[in-house]
Design a binder for this molecule. Structure first.
Ligand SMILES: NC(=O)c1ccc[n+]([C@@H]2O[C@H](COP(=O)([O-])OP(=O)(O)OC[C@H]3O[C@@H](n4cnc5c(N)ncnc54)[C@H](OP(=O)(O)O)[C@@H]3O)[C@@H](O)[C@H]2O)c1
Length: 384
């Protein structure tokens, strides 16, 4: 039986994780749940799964939960609450599904404490990749990627001699603006950007899919996870989102990973690894006629992808600077304070203005994150 701490249980990945738990009552149980502000959903989840440890964003919401729940779990709040859940002695597996750099410290702590950590929080890997590996090594923790492309690569590369691999390719749906001309993309509204054609996700990652920054972050994530150079990671646009990743070998051949575009599959892959069991997603329906298409991404209409490659090549804290600027820019876009095209401009300006440092510690990464946020926020204000 795997015992889970789910950080970000009220989000898109968190609720899908609980669906996977429901499908495997004999293999998976919930020890800890942590969320931010959605106390009503957290309360319902607590009543259903009865976790021993619960954390919420604020002390006030923790008190509200204590009064509302029909049983008395350990109740925590804030960043310390996340750590209490991540490090709970009864949890052997942590699902890191907080959005943004708020998920960094708990992911690192769980790896250092020797847990299996199923990482959806790609920011942890993008921003502090080498540090996450170091933490896993120091504590014998196990890092498994939940992102569908990286779970696909993990399956394709499992047991492979790294020397046989020439490149990996992750696929991108292309987002809602794949076919749009540049002038229309530049004037895109929040509603248009949130209208993702193939994936149902939280708002931040949905905007990142529209700019292709999500794919850029995933390029960095792939490089970190599998020890690949920037030249060994490529992106192919595949609007149907059924092929998730490909590995190209030195002999010129490729292997592809195919499954439905449902995050419950990669989540289950990580939770039950190395076992493959029937779960909540039906086997791929090969009988239905279908057409798959593949195309190259357009760097002019989707410049955020190129910025991510730049940050990866620069290394050190450059990915942290880019990620932080992007979080500020996306939040400002969602609040109506920036236009869609300003997101790439804010990211480019922050990356070019702030110098990257070699990566040494989590504190240093968090300093770079704060500096980039300050800079990006200042830039946003000049646009208002
Ligand atoms: N959704 C996907 O299909 C998908 C696929 C691959 C990777 N990912 C990655 O997975 C992560 C989660 O994505 P998502 O789409 O599930 O996001 P989401 O739906 O926005 O959910 C985010 C979760 O994090 C919690 N949270 C946010 N800030 C917090 C804080 N400071 N303290 C405690 N909890 C906090 C939220 O709690 P409240 O809602 O209660 O405030 C919510 O439970 C992201 O890094 C994303 O890039 C997502």
């Amino acid at each position: 039986m795997r015992t889970l701490a789910i950080l970000g249980s009220t989000g898109s990945i968190g609720t899908s994780t609980l669906d996977v738990v429901r499908a495997h009552p004999d293999r998976l149980s919930v020890v800890a749940l942590a969320a931010g502000r959605n106390r009503d959903l957290l309360k319902t989840q607590c009543e259903t799964f009865r976790p021993r440890c619960v954390s919420v964003g604020s002390q006030e919401d923790a008190q509200w939960l204590r009064a509302q729940l029909s049983y008395q779990p350990e109740l925590h709040w804030g960043p310390e609450g996340l750590l209490a859940c991540a490090l709970h002695a009864d949890a052997d597996t942590v699902v890191a599904a907080i959005v943004g750099s708020a998920g960094l410290a708990s992911t690192e702590a769980a790896l250092r404490a020797g847990r299996r950590v199923c990482v959806a929080n790609k920011e942890s890997l993008v921003v502090g990749g080498a540090l996450m590996h170091e933490a896993a090594l120091a504590g014998s923790g196990e890092l498994l990627p939940v992102d569908s492309e990286h779970a696909a690569l993990h399956q394709l590369l499992d047991g492979r001699d790294p020397a046989s691999v020439r490149e990996v390719r992750i696929t991108a749906s292309g987002g809602p603006f794949r076919d749009w001309p540049l002038s229309r993309i530049q004037a895109a509204t929040v509603q248009e950007a949130l209208n993702h054609p193939t994936w149902k996700m939280g708002p931040k990652i949905t905007i990142d899919s529209a700019t292709l920054m999500n794919k850029g972050l995933e390029v960095i994530e792939a490089s970190v996870l599998f020890g690949l150079t920037a030249d060994q990671v490529a992106v192919t646009v595949h609007p149907q989102s059924q092929v998730h990743a490909m590995v190209g070998f030195h002999d010129g051949s490729y292997q592809l990973q195919v499954c439905a575009n449902d995050m419950k599959l990669p989540i289950q892959y990580c939770l039950l690894y190395p076992d493959k069991q029937p779960g909540p997603v039906a086997p791929y329906p090969w009988e239905a006629a279908r057409t798959w298409t593949f195309e190259a991404p357009d760097p002019e209409r989707f410049p955020c992808l190129g910025l991510a490659f730049e940050a990866l090549r620069e290394g050190g804290t450059a990915p942290a600077l880019l990620n932080a600027a992007n979080e500020v820019a996306v939040a400002a876009f969602l609040q109506g304070r920036l236009g869609f095209w300003d997101i790439q401009a804010c990211n480019r300006e922050t990356l070019s203005r702030l110098p990257a440092q070699p990566l040494c510690s989590l504190d240093q990464v968090l300093d770079a994150d704060r500096a980039a946020r300050r800079h990006a926020e200042g830039w946003v204000q000049t646009r208002a």
